[in-house]
Write a protein that binds this ligand. Structure first.
Ligand code: NDP
Ligand code: 8X3
Length: 254
């Protein structure tokens, strides 16, 4: 197997899609900068993946602007030239009609999914421009393409990711930096557990009666995106389980 001589920074690498992407990237020799708030998980993943590639971890909350910039600016020289950025950290908080939603949940979703993604990008893009090398993959959602009942602010945050993805692609075009989004439908991760604040039963019910996507399915797609030849930029991609036709239509017989 040929090792891919690139460095990738993945936000939200402690779980779900980000973790699966880290595992697949490591298996292909991509140098990794793994980010997340749960340091214990970062340490375990670093130990595992260091058998396959060089790994460094950054422990920060994407909501905290100074933490984001300090962490990224503190990278050792061997990791400083980031070729691939996977903007994956994100989550939903609550599933309530707009008249009942909590302002804390709204703050969390907009601060993490939108502003956090912007802070991390802002810390990395200037280096990509200087190095004339960069590929940014923004993890959006089907919730960024359509709005579903009670999805209101989560959908707004992912519609913002959709707009930012397009804006980044336009503004970074003069520098030859590739920008694209991967927009998954229902993927079984810790996502619903976070959305329902640790109510495992409620979370499990979301994926009952059909076969949801696995985080590995999305990792394979992200790997495909980053391994295209330089002249190919996958700009925007939607992927759902076969059982899903839209945010509200899921065939429970599949
Ligand atoms: P998980 O909950 O399994 O993973 C979320 C990751 O984001 C964790 O690694 C978590 O790490 C990190 N994260 C969350 N909040 C913060 C924060 N404030 N600062 C830093 N890191 C943070 O969910 P998924 O893997 O499913 O989610 C990954 C992305 O995929 C999200 O953007 C989500 O919106 C998107 N998505 C998910 C879908 C699904 O059905 N699962 C479908 C469509 C899109 P830690 O807690 O350690 O900080
Ligand atoms: C996650 C998919 O449908 O739960 O973005 O919003 S959904």
């Amino acid at each position: 197997m040929t090792k891919i001589n690139k460095t990738a920074l993945i936000t939200g690498a402690t779980s779900g899609i980000g973790k699966s992407t880290a595992i697949l990237f490591a298996a292909n020799g991509i140098r990794l900068i793994l980010c997340g708030r749960r340091k214990d998980r970062l340490d375990i993943l670093k130990q595992e993946l260091s058998k396959e590639t060089e790994v460094c971890t950054l422990n920060f909350d994407v909501r905290n602007k100074s933490e984001v910039f300090d962490a990224i600016n503190s990278l050792p020289e061997s990791f400083a030239d980031i070729n691939i950025l996977v903007n994956n950290a994100g989550n939903a908080h609550g599933l309530d009609p707009i008249n009942e939603g909590s302002t804390e949940d709204w703050d969390a979703m907009l601060d993490i999914n939108v502003k956090g993604l912007l802070y991390v990008s802002k810390a990395i893009i200037p280096k990509m421009i200087a190095n004339k090398s960069g590929h940014i993959i923004n993890i959006g959602s089907t919730a960024g393409k359509e709005v579903y009942p009670k999805g209101n602010v989560y959908c707004a945050s992912k519609h913002a990711v959709d707009a930012i993805n397009q804006g980044m692609r336009i503004d970074l075009n003069p520098y030859g930096i590739r920008v694209g989004a991967v927009n998954p439908g229902l993927v079984e991760t810790e996502f619903s557990n976070v959305r329902f604040k640790g109510d495992h039963e409620k979370a499990e019910n979301v994926y009952k009666g059909f076969t949801p996507l696995k985080p590995e399915d999305i990792a394979e797609i992200i790997f495909f995106v980053v391994t295209r030849p330089y002249h190919v930029n996958i700009a925007d991609l939607i992927v759902m389980p076969t059982a899903q036709a839209s945010s509200t239509i899921v065939n429970k017989k599949l």
